[in-house]
Design a protein around this ligand. Sequence first.
Ligand SMILES: Cc1cc2nc3c(=O)[nH]c(=O)nc-3n(C[C@H](O)[C@H](O)[C@H](O)COP(=O)(O)O)c2cc1C
Length: 204
Amino acid sequence: MDALTLLTTTRSVRRKLDLERPVPRAVLEDCLRIAQQAPAAGTMLTAQRWIVVLDPLLRKEIAAIVRESAHAVWQRYAPQTDNRIFASGRYLVDHLDRVPALLIPCLPGRPPTRLVEQTSYFGSIYPSIWSFQLALRTHGLASSLCSYHLADREEDVARLLGIPADVTQIGLLAVGYSTQQEFSPAARPPVPEILSYDAWGWIR
Ligand SMILES: Cc1cc2nc3c(=O)[nH]c(=O)nc-3n(C[C@H](O)[C@H](O)[C@H](O)COP(=O)(O)O)c2cc1C
């Protein structure tokens, strides 16, 4: 697959994850190797830690925690969320215990409060997360972020997996083989709507 197709058609996959087919560790490790090539702030280049959860019992326990948090999150954000995304998010949460691999990218420390530090902090892992998602696709896998437990249950997942209190979970990725290989570009704002040259170009 050429790079432009990969970049424009890699979607958050929730309903089309193969819940029966195990994900080999070697594939995940290869994708993580690629993800480590992503840019990060100089001080954070070696800071990432990724926990891969394959154990069925742990996945079940994590899924139960995520499910509880998701209901509270949906009550708050559902009115602002596209119905299709909401329904597909619900499907994923309902089936999360059966998703073959759950990945939790982590960073040391707690999220900073100053903007300049926040941007370095989260910005030092999201490029890797996205590279990881792109790399999965090249192996026929797909993924979606499903981070609801960060609303109020991060500590419960931390306890379950032995994650120290001074380590931050950045999200939770649901990963599996994709039952569909062809995806289309999503509807997004056209460039002229989001672009302005030389000055802020929108009326607020
Ligand atoms: C920071 C971040 C957090 C996200 N969290 C969730 C989530 O908790 N649950 C979920 O279903 N999707 C989550 N997503 C995926 C978005 O919902 C998804 O990108 C959006 O629906 C657009 O679909 P697409 O990725 O297929 O273009 C997240 C994406 C990002 C970048």
